[in-house]
Design a protein around this ligand. Sequence first.
Ligand code: UDP
Ligand code: MG
Length: 311
Amino acid sequence: MQSVSIIVPCYNEEAVIHESYSRLKRVLDGITGYSTEIIFINDGSKDRTAEMLSAIAEQDKQVKVLHFSRNFGHQPAVTAGIHRCQSDLAVIIDADLQDPPELIPELLAVQQREQANVVYCVREKRKGESFFKKLTARVFYRSMNYLSEVKFPVDTGDFRLIDRAVMNEFCKFKEKGKYIRGIISWVGFKQVPFYYKRDARFAGETKYPLRKMLNFASTALLYFSTKPLKLSTSLGFIAVLLGIVYAIWTVLGKLMGFTHAISGWSSIIILVVFFGGVQLLTIGVLGQYIGILFDEVKDRPEYIIEKSENC
Ligand code: UDP
Ligand code: MG
């Protein structure tokens, strides 16, 4: 019999934990032919999430809980879940019930039927999210595909089913800044899409404020692409070309008398500002990559587990 783990990252989710657990439990009880378990990762929650999860683990031995020593973030939480998972299959799902747990049996069926290694869930509709969130998500997934050397399926979050082969490969990834949906797509094997409608958050509010969203987007971009470096080289190249054209124009103008040397103030300011901007921008891009090299070289752990229950 195959085994399935459901990996659920939780950060300050006291408002949804009970509902998530009971809906997951109901779904898992209905699944036949697989042994099942739930792995909750408490990502350093500051509310009652930790106690609530411990209480659940106390009365249900099918539930494993990993408590982080502080908030490390959504991606490290999912990573810890995958590292700890020993089952043949795993489903990654958010705690807030935006991704309906009732779809899990369908994911398993698709996996069986297609003999797939990954079943990734594509959001056809997103309910209850702000216009801003939907717009930034749309722009993000499309520009990632333009900027990255690898092509990713668009409008796909971490909600997906992965098998042992993919988990084994995932565990070999030593990079600390993880863009999980990118890595899973990168490893290849047989990956099939599954279309669904994303619900509104059951309760509580998003744990992804703009700051975290930007951070997430920059990890995705910097870890999967060197195109920003190439783009900044092109930008520098265009600036140099413009500079040469302008120099020729100035010299010719002087020789042939169609420019007046003294009236050069605005053009100088424009050039200084333009080249200054190009330089700062390209240095900034370099800095970003040096920053991630620095972080990776330190080789710090991605997360720290303070306590685990039932495992
Ligand atoms: N999450 C987490 N650590 C964080 C932020 C979020 O473990 O630092 C979890 C959160 O509890 C939820 C999932 O990641 O289960 C997705 O977060 P959320 O629903 O707030 O993001 P959104 O759906 O708004 O993008
Ligand atoms: Mg959510």
